[in-house]
Every structure is written in C-alpha cells, then in structure tokens.
Design a protein around this ligand. Sequence first.
Ligand SMILES: N[C@@H](CCC(=O)N[C@@H](CS)C(=O)NCC(=O)O)C(=O)O
Length: 206
Amino acid sequence: MLKLYSTPGTCSLASHIALEESGAAYEAESIDFAKQQQRSADFLRVNPKGRVPALVTDRGIITESPAILAYIGQSFPDSAIGVPKDPFEFARIQSFNAYLCSTVHVAHAHKRRGSRWADDPAAIEVMTLKVAGNMGDCFELIENTMFSGPWVMGETYSVADPYLFTLTGWLEGDGVDPARFPKVFDHFQRMTERPAVKKVLAAVTV
Ligand SMILES: N[C@@H](CCC(=O)N[C@@H](CS)C(=O)NCC(=O)O)C(=O)O
C-alpha cells in the first residue's frame, strides 16, 4: 500500500488530495514540524532531504511534489486525477507544476525559511519583505497567462489543481489578498467543495 508522509499546512497537502482523488489504497503519516520530526533519524531514512512530502511505493520512495503528483496521475490513469498519455498535454501539466515547485514555493519559503539563504538576521528580515511582492507577481502571471479555466489545464481536472489549491491557500499568510486573482480565487473556492478535498482537510485539521 502507498504511504504518504505529510505535514498539515505544507505543500504535501497537494499529494494527499491527489491520492484521495485517485481512489488508491494509502495511509498517511503526519510529520510534526513543531517537534522537528522532519530532522529525526527515522524520517531522514525515508527522505534524506528532511522535507515532506515523501511517498513510499512498493518500488521505492519518491520525493518532490511534481514527481509524486505525476506518479499518482500515471498510476491511476482512469481516476479523476489521471494524467493524459499525450506527451504535449502531460508536459503542460509538468510545466505548470514545475513553476509552482521551483518558483512559487521558493518565493513563499523566504518568509519562514530564510536561514536557508542567509545567516545574518538582518538579511533574513529583508528577505521576508520580498515575499508578498514576489507571491503577488507569481499569482498575477498564473491568473493572466497560465490558468486556462475552469480547471488549471482547461476542461479537465488534473494533478495541477490540488497543487495550485495548496499554494493559493498560502497567499493570505504571505500578505497577499487572494481575491486579487478572480479566476484563481474562484478555483480555490470550487476546490473546497470537492469531496476528496473536504475529506483530506477534515483529516489533517487538528
Ligand atoms: N521541492 C519540494 C519541497 C519540499 C519542502 O520544502 N517541504 C517543506 C514543507 S512545504 C518542508 O518539508 N520543510 C521542512 C523544513 O524545511 O524543515 C517539493 O515540492 O516537494
């Protein structure tokens, strides 16, 4: 059975929702950041990067959200979250998810994880001041050029949707009003009505 290591409030929510949408048999184990469990010897054996999500499969462990999402989509092609076989359509999904992973998530991480990039407390403080502006710029680009509607890729729901939903949920905390992006905000609200999303949110909300 698949096993997902995740932490409430983090990017692992996207993989958790995708698993639920896929209909796969899976279990989820929560890693407690307050207890620094992501840096425990036990968890570092699962993911030496010390990050969630990590997905345990019968062939090994997968890390990195875009890879986990693609794996789930390809493993359950006939589910709501199945990815298209067409290489171009699949590349469009990967392109969107790679942007969320490598640019949007990194912009967000400068708020709480500035110590990854600087030791000087003043430099870390200055970096936090860039978060709202950078996140706003990223979501403007998504709203105006990347989001097709009604779902991220157009008519078909895909693994890009739970990922965008997860990062949209960070905007308020980053000092950005999500209502600035009407299509993305509407998407966020429609996502909360999906049974799989409701089920996962109920399971991870303490
Ligand atoms: N590129 C990775 C990023 C994973 C990541 O940074 N996860 C954060 C939570 S959103 C984490 O585990 N942080 C723990 C830490 O920094 O100690 C992915 O997309 O899966």
